[in-house]
Design a protein around this ligand. Structure first.
Ligand code: SAM
Length: 231
């Protein structure tokens, strides 16, 4: 049984996908996709020997060796140029995923879709997409085992699409499409964020000389969260 989180990631792949799953661990995602779609093909990349061995084992157990290739290596280094159409990087922090994309930029020239599932710090990925000519085409948010996860998909295209110039900073942080959808899970996420931000603000204000810029930024963010929660 695949996690709800990875199921959502899989939903963001087209049928007959030819994709790489970077940081694949047990290769559960490529196995799941290839078992359901006889035309899907994948490369599972892993930088660590333990997870690499687990991936090999799983692919063999599912008899998918002809359609899933497991490769040992750092980030996008395991890929040749033009080898895959989609790239998935899931289950890591946003800044780590961003660094993997940034270090492997030259492998992305022919990629049609990038799907990321950051455990934290989705903002760093939206910003990276925005600055590197990718349009944020899909976003979703889900809850599983008391964790809230975001899944984003980007494609080469107009980076401004979906954003409003006057709300850029807010949308880059909270997600333009998540703000539009305003699901119950998104509101829950905003509620939790608000509690965290209020605590930090309180502590900042206790300081002998509160840092004005930080206080202002936090106040702004809390107001954005209130906006969502009051709507
Ligand atoms: N993608 C799976 C998921 O979402 O369930 C596994 C997530 S697991 C927490 C992160 C995996 O990424 C680990 O197996 C780790 O070895 C691998 N990893 C971390 N940095 C990496 C890199 N630079 N290149 C390839 N794999 C990496």
């Amino acid at each position: 049984q695949l996690s709800k989180r990875l199921e959502k990631v899989a939903e963001f792949l087209p049928s007959q996908a030819k994709f790489a799953d970077i940081g694949s661990d047990h290769a559960y995602l490529p196995c799941y996709v290839c078992l359901r779609d006889p035309y899907a093909q994948a490369i599972a990349g892993e930088v660590n020997r333990g997870p690499y061995d687990s991936a090999l084992q799983e692919v063999k157990a599912q008899e998918l060796q002809d359609r899933i290739e497991v490769r040992l290596g750092d980030g996008l280094e395991v890929l040749k140029r033009d080898e895959v159409d989609q790239i998935v990087i899931a289950g890591m922090g946003g800044p780590l995923i961003r660094d993997i994309l940034d270090r492997g930029k030259d492998k992305l020239t022919a990629v049609k879709r990038i799907i990321v599932q950051p455990n934290i710090g989705a903002k760093s990925l939206r910003k990276w997409f925005f600055e590197h000519g990718f349009s944020l085409v899909e976003e979703t948010i889900l809850e599983e085992n008391n964790h809230i996860y975001e899944v984003l998909a980007a494609e080469p295209g107009d980076p401004h699409a979906g954003y409003h110039q006057e709300d850029l900073e807010k949308e880059m942080w909270l997600g333009p499409r998540l703000l539009e959808q305003r699901t119950a899970v998104f509101k829950e996420y905003c509620k939790v964020e608000r509690v965290k931000k209020e605590k930090v603000l309180y502590q900042l204000k206790q300081a002998k000389e509160p840092q004005l810029e930080k206080v202002n930024n936090l106040t702004q963010e809390i107001n954005w969260l209130k906006e969502v929660l009051d709507s």
